[in-house]
Design a protein around this ligand. Structure first.
Ligand code: GLA
Length: 400
């Protein structure tokens, strides 16, 4: 059974980054930055449907050490990829690389800054290191995007770029440069996270409020199924297109811009206008998940964790059966988790098709949860689950 005890701590990471930076680029005068991953507690596949989400930033994410250059060159390197490899581009010639190249995320953010009219008077060099497992649904790519934006803002002294802008530039990079049609949730959580709080965000208006995650008796446990999701691989974009189709069909009788405008009761009355069972189920998920998110935040504010947990369970069922973005391995984690006393709620989190579950577990049951799930998951799926205890952390910042 693996868990996050094996992760390097921040001091160790910064040491490795310093060494790596000096061996690649030499000299001194570099600065350190960090942007977190996120876990979404509830509100899944609602952000691009004009609904609400409720994520929190994590204490792990992506680190960078960076420095301006005197010329136009941009040198990108990562401790996670290819020993010592440095990829080179230039501010005046940002072009997308073929295939699944990680440098497209930072390049996309540079492109988004330039598109927005920001001046980047020189190039820069940067070395990254991330401790979020890629493809685990904890937003490794969003953290890389937000981090790149932070590096640009700080190195080039662009004080007008707000935290929300960092999120928007990250999303633009992902949508229009990388080609994945994601919503705003991940980048927003990474840029705007707050210690010990989750963010209740209206993805339509970007109005948000911080809700304290005061659960003295329980912990947020993330379980990585070790099944890598392939979000960009079309299914995500297909779901999004199906929801847009549902909006068009409903609009024939009642004009709406997004599914987030409908209550579950209104949807029940309108669903007869949808042309297929698939569209009914996709739209029903978007509508009911939005309602569950509102209810869950209210329950949390009232200190009613039990109701919060029930809504998480209902969220999973809806994602499994109506939205069909779970997978057999994750369904095993959820079904087995529900059998353990002290598990208040458990569901898939993030884009889906693998990745992680998020569970609220009573303090005294956390070890039993990890031991039991770890064992049964290995028996049933032949895989090693990895556990992390989430400690909701700050959004992207410079490390001084
Ligand atoms: C991915 C996307 C987010 C959001 C989630 C599903 O993480 O990047 O915008 O849509 O999936 O809730």
């Amino acid at each position: 059974m693996a868990d996050n005890k094996t992760m390097l701590n921040e001091t160790e990471i910064l040491e490795k980054l310093s060494e790596g930076f000096v061996s690649r680029f030499g000299g001194d005068g570099f600065r350190f930055f960090f942007a977190p991953g996120r876990v979404n507690l509830i509100g899944e596949h609602t952000d691009y449907n004009g609904g609400h989400v409720f994520p929190c930033a994590l204490s792990f994410g992506t680190y960078a050490v960076a420095r301006k250059r005197d010329d136009d060159r941009v040198l990108l390197s990562s401790l996670n990829v290819g020993a010592g490899l440095v990829s080179e581009t230039s501010v005046s010639n940002i072009v997308k690389s073929e295939g699944m190249d990680w440098t497209n995320y930072p390049k996309g953010v540079i492109w988004a800054f330039l598109e927005a009219g920001h001046k980047l008077p020189s190039g820069f060099e940067v070395l990254f290191y991330g401790n979020i497992p890629a493809g685990s649904g904890l937003s490794s790519s969003a953290s890389l995007e937000v981090l790149t934006g932070l590096v640009l803002r700080e190195l080039f002294e662009l004080p007008n770029v707000s935290g929300v802008d960092l999120a928007l530039y990250g999303q633009k990079a992902e949508n229009d440069f990388v080609g994945m049609n994601c919503g705003i949730m991940d980048q927003f959580a990474s840029a705007m996270g707050k210690e010990n709080h989750a963010i209740y965000l209206d993805a339509n208006t970007l109005k948000y409020e911080y809700a304290p995650l005061t659960m003295p008796d329980a912990k947020i446990v993330i379980t990585n199924s070790a099944v890598k999701h392939q979000l960009a691989s079309s299914e995500y974009n297909t779901r999004r297109a199906e929801c847009e189709q549902a909006v068009r069909e409903i609009s024939a009788v009642r004009k709406i811009e997004t599914l987030g405008e409908l209550t579950p009761a209104e949807f029940e009355e309108l669903k007869g206008n949808l042309s297929s069972d698939v569209l009914v189920r996709r739209a029903r998920h978007a509508v009911t998940e939005n309602a569950r998110t509102l209810d869950a935040v209210n329950a949390l504010k009232a200190g009613d964790i039990e109701t919060f947990g029930k809504l998480m369970n209902a969220s999973h069922d809806s994602l499994q059966y109506d939205y069909e973005v779970s997978c057999p391995e994750v369904d095993v984690l959820v079904a087995e988790g529900r059998k353990i006393p002290g598990v208040i709620g458990t569901r898939i989190t993030g884009g889906g098709f693998g990745g992680c579950t998020v569970s609220i577990v009573k303090n005294e049951q956390v070890e039993t949860f990890k031991e039991t799930i770890g064992r049964i998951y290995k028996e049933k799926c032949g895989l090693d689950a990895i556990f992390y205890i989430a400690s909701p952390g700050e959004g992207a910042h410079e490390l001084k």
